[in-house]
Design a binder for this molecule. Structure first.
Ligand code: ZN
Length: 182
């Protein structure tokens, strides 16, 4: 979050376009924060994207592309791993961007297996909103306070907010102890 990962993916896809390759960018339909048919980075860089409901639709529509981009890949179901592998096996270069951890700092959805199966990984860092150090976690805030550990993982476009935080500045939320003991 705020690490520039969408921007970095768009940069790589643009380079492929300049090289004359067929490029398609996908995003989960769940993510309606910005323009529905674009991926827009926090810095405002945008690229046309195809919203899809799931992996089967993504694979069907990506067929024949030289380069396939997938934004917010953490929101897809676990079958996105097989989808990415089958696209790669058919000759496409697959570039996916996503959050590796949720706001509890737990691995997010299909990310662990995607990270294990990928040939190349770049972990980008944001800047901690509190101390200015390198941020590797996402702090979820509700009314300005750390969200409870037991809250829903995916709340796209809700009134709560997110901040990039470093390990030391991240707070797991007040009910984390009882949740862990349950
Ligand atoms: Zn910090």
């Amino acid at each position: 979050m705020f690490s520039g990962k969408s921007e970095e993916m768009i940069r790589r896809l643009r380079r492929a376009e300049i090289a004359g390759q067929r490029v398609l960018l996908f995003k989960p339909r769940i993510d309606d924060r910005y323009a529905a048919e674009h991926v827009v980075s926090h810095a405002g860089v945008r690229m046309t994207a195809v919203p899809v409901d799931g992996c089967a639709e993504l694979v069907a529509r990506a067929h024949g592309s030289d380069v396939v981009g997938i934004d917010e890949v953490q929101f897809f179901e676990h079958t996105i791993v097989d989808a990415a592998l089958s696209l790669a096996a058919s000759g496409s270069r697959v570039i996916a961007a996503g959050l590796d951890q949720d706001f509890r700092r737990l691995p997010f959805g299909p990310m662990p297996e995607l990270l294990a199966r990928a040939e190349f990984i770049d972990k980008l860092q944001a800047v901690c909103h509190r101390c200015g150090g390198p941020a590797t976690t996402t702090q979820r805030l509700v009314d300005g306070r750390p969200a409870p550990y037991s809250g829903e993982t995916i709340v796209v476009g809700a009134l709560d907010s997110y901040e990039a935080r470093c390990r030391d500045c991240h707070s797991a939320g007040q009910d984390s102890a009882s949740w862990l003991a349950a």
